[in-house]
Ligand binder design. Structure first.
Ligand SMILES: Cc1cc2nc3c(=O)[nH]c(=O)nc-3n(C[C@H](O)[C@H](O)[C@H](O)COP(=O)(O)O)c2cc1C
Length: 176
């Protein structure tokens, strides 16, 4: 057991199918991971055995104790078009977005893996949101090769393949 807490926020795109691998890789590197899925990510979690993992969904009730220790770092894997833009705009109307906005505001180390095809990534908000997040200190990781220097949209139909080839160490090494 470790006292380093990692939040893994996961959104509704094919790379959410690799969350279990992320939990395993994080533990191997000495993290205590908590998985925080958006509602749209949950279908991808169903096929994964997360019985030994804290999966935190929805807001806690008023008066209910906090369900997680404070995060030492946050991994946002994958980051959808929807969540990336909402986060950069400061929208906190879901539990995962509240976590992300608070992490940005408290200067917690964050690595995000944007995951969107050309059509969505062609929307002008996409590049603006990535610029805002980078300016605020988020490390943006390319899902295809782990690069933090460049990011390209996914070609339609390649999401599952990119997810299969993705390596969690690309993200975790940014947070160690
Ligand atoms: C099979 C499938 C694949 C999807 N792939 C992507 C994707 O790669 N990138 C993306 O931004 N949205 C993708 N979406 C759409 C998002 O799931 C949708 O915009 C959702 O509202 C995102 O919610 P979230 O940001 O709260 O997770 C996909 C949806 C489905 C059903």
């Amino acid at each position: 057991m470790t006292d380093r807490t990692l939040y893994i926020v996961t959104c509704g795109a094919p790379l959410a199918s690799r969350v279990k691998d992320g939990v395993r890789a994080a533990r191997d590197r000495g993290w205590n991971p908590y998985v925080i899925p958006t509602d749209a990510a949950r279908p991808w979690l169903e096929g994964q055995d997360l019985a030994d993992t804290s999966v935190i969904t929805g807001n806690r009730a008023p008066g209910e104790p906090k369900r997680t220790p404070p995060a030492d770092a946050v991994a946002v894997v994958p980051t959808t078009f929807n969540t990336l833009n909402a986060w950069a705009n400061g929208n906190a109307n879901t539990y995962p977005l509240t976590i992300l906005c608070a992490a940005l505001g408290s200067h917690t180390p964050i690595a995000a893996v944007p995951f969107a095809k050309h059509d969505l990534a062609g929307h002008p908000a996409w590049l603006a949101s990535i610029a805002v997040l980078r300016y605020a200190g988020v490390t943006v990781v390319n899902p295809r090769d782990g690069s933090t220097a460049w990011l390209e949209p996914l070609t339609s139909g390649t999401g599952d393949e990119v997810a299969r080839r993705f390596r969690w160490e690309w993200v975790l090494r940014q947070l160690d």
